[in-house]
Design a protein around this ligand. Structure first.
Ligand SMILES: [Mg+2]
Length: 167
């Protein structure tokens, strides 16, 4: 199934340079809401700031790809000095293609980091790259997201039923 997770991390800080090196991944496309910070929050948790610095130091290319509006995405990304794309229409994979070209990596060198199976995981699958899923930071604010979480549940479960671990 397109949206069953391949990798599940407790949060982004558990994605290590060693893990990425082992998979030949040199660039990450990053979701914001419930991935880097809480839903709709402009604040960046300290541990996530530390993780981003660690990724940059390891030479990992980083681009924010969010479905959020410009006013949500731009201030957040600019504060961090990260490249960004807003209104990305995930699960459609077009923004991933744009991000990949900008970062100048091959498709097999890039992965998507996000929390939503119907947006992030599916976009990654449609584009043919790994989806590194994180457990949503929560809480969810939008009604749509709450609904989607309900639909996602059995797909998360499938990962664990297959012996998948939270990395
Ligand atoms: Mg999200």
């Amino acid at each position: 199934m397109l949206i069953t997770p391949e990798y599940v991390f407790k949060d982004v800080t558990h994605i290590t340079p060693e893990f990425l090196a082992g998979k030949g991944i040199r660039a990450l496309v990053l979701d914001i809401d419930n991935t880097l910070t809480a839903d709709r929050s402009q604040k960046l948790p300290d541990e996530v700031a530390g993780w981003l610095a660690q990724m940059k130091e390891a030479g990992i290319g980083l681009t924010i790809v969010s479905n959020g509006a410009e006013k949500r995405v731009r201030p957040f990304a600019e504060k961090l000095g990260l490249a960004y794309l807003y209104r990305s229409a995930k699960p459609l994979p077009f923004a991933l293609m744009v991000a990949r070209r900008r970062m100048g990596v091959k498709r097999k060198q890039m992965a998507m980091v996000g929390d939503q199976l119907y947006a992030d995981r599916m976009a990654a699958a449609l584009y043919g790259i790994p989806g590194l899923m994180v457990i949503p930071r929560g809480p969810d604010l939008g009604v749509q997201v709450v609904l989607k979480r309900k639909w996602e549940k059995r797909h998360w479960q499938k990962y664990y039923d297959r012996g998948g671990k939270t990395l």
